[in-house]
Design a binder for this molecule. Structure first.
Ligand code: 5AD
Ligand code: SF4
Length: 335
């Protein structure tokens, strides 16, 4: 195996030796997690967003989206249905929609935690550190805050004027509060280079993340990036396999964007170092409107079916859908 400095990473990202890379990543996943794969059930409770990210179908200026906001009880009900169907982690995700008050989010978290023994992950965007602290005190366990790129200039460009350093500061605050924190990037954004991806990988690996997510860029027709070239799925697989090599104990999802290319996409991800899948358990009526990129949420089966299909996918690969919450193993294993 080539040494995994920046040059080694570039060598593998360019397809220098896929067989070696994927088998090493698979072996490492196996020694860290055994046969277990974690399922994270995502409730996408609002597709309203006040941001203008150039890559995302939910961006505020996109008037073609049919916007929805789920009610508090409806959100809790979806989470509880997923928990009853076997999910041990509930991810509460929305666009940057600040119409839900901190007290309402706190109420959702507390009521889910009171009724079910599940981990709750927040993926709510740029809310304040004080709000996140309040939600941590209500029992929220994890946060997901994607950087999308780790280059400050590219960040500002793709997220339409947003500030990378503020995002990083929030990410650090979440770690200080005590959350398990996940982040990640999109692979193959317009004008990307493999050198930049190598830097992204090194940057993310230095952040001591509990979860690292990366999926291929898929141009959305109703965004400024509609004419852009689709991300290279092989580079995306290589990126997550390399993330496994550099972060043996971090959770790494096989993102649903992988399945937009190839119905086997998530399976291949799980065979190449990933150990998590994140099925959407958003009610069928709303799910198709959470259209971040084409192909997202195109399967519309109910919550119980969604969980059992995800479990089937895991079992078909001779993995075991984990009965545990899948808390970070990183902390227990840092040398
Ligand atoms: N292609 C691929 N991934 C995307 N995301 C947003 N837009 C796209 C796209 N066009 C990812 C981002 C975001 C997550 C919800 O989906 O990483 O954080
Ligand atoms: Fe909003 Fe997130 Fe999409 Fe940006 S990526 S437009 S913040 S939903």
């Amino acid at each position: 195996m080539a040494v995994l400095g920046r040059d080694g990473i570039i060598y593998y990202l360019n397809g220098g030796n896929d067989d070696e890379l994927y088998s090493t990543a698979d072996n490492l996943r196996q020694s860290s997690f055994g046969q277990e794969v974690y399922l994270r059930a995502i409730v996408e409770f609002s597709n309203v967003c006040n941001k203008k990210c150039n890559y995302c179908g939910l961006r505020a200026p996109n008037s073609k989206v049919s916007r929805y906001r789920m009610g508090i009880d409806e959100i809790i009900e979806s989470a509880c249905m997923a928990a009853e169907a076997g999910a041990r982690t509930i991810v509460l995700q929305s666009g940057d929609d600040f119409s839900y008050s901190p007290a309402q989010i706190a109420d959702i978290i507390s009521r889910i935690k009171e009724s079910h023994d599940v981990a709750v992950t927040l993926s709510l965007g740029d809310r304040s550190a004080a709000e996140y602290k309040q939600w941590f005190n209500c029992g929220a366990d994890r946060c997901l805050l994607k950087l999308e790129t780790t280059d400050a200039d590219i960040y500002e460009k793709i997220r339409c004027g947003e500030n990378f350093h503020e995002r990083m500061e929030l990410l650090r605050s979440l770690q200080e509060i005590g959350y398990e924190v996940g982040s990640g990037i999109i692979v193959g954004l317009p004008d990307y280079t493999v050198e930049q991806l190598a830097d992204d990988l090194l940057f993310l690996s230095n952040l001591e993340l509990d979860m690292i997510a990366a999926g291929p860029f898929i141009p959305h027709p109703d965004t400024p990036y509609s004419p852009a070239v689709t991300g290279d799925i092989d580079i995306s697989f290589r990126f997550t396999a390399l993330a496994r090599l550099l972060n043996p104990f971090s959770n790494i999802p096989a993102t649903s964007a992988l399945d937009s290319f190839d119905s086997e996409g998530r399976k291949k991800g799980l065979q190449r170092g990933c150990n998590v899948i994140m099925p959407s358990v958003t009610p069928v009526g709303q799910r198709k409107d959470y259209n971040i990129y084409p192909g997202k949420n195109s399967v519309s089966v109910d919550v119980v079916d969604t969980i059992s299909r995800a479990e089937e996918l895991v079992r078909a690969l001779d993995f075991i859908p984990s009965a545990s919450k899948g808390s970070s193993r990183r902390m227990n294993n840092v040398q």
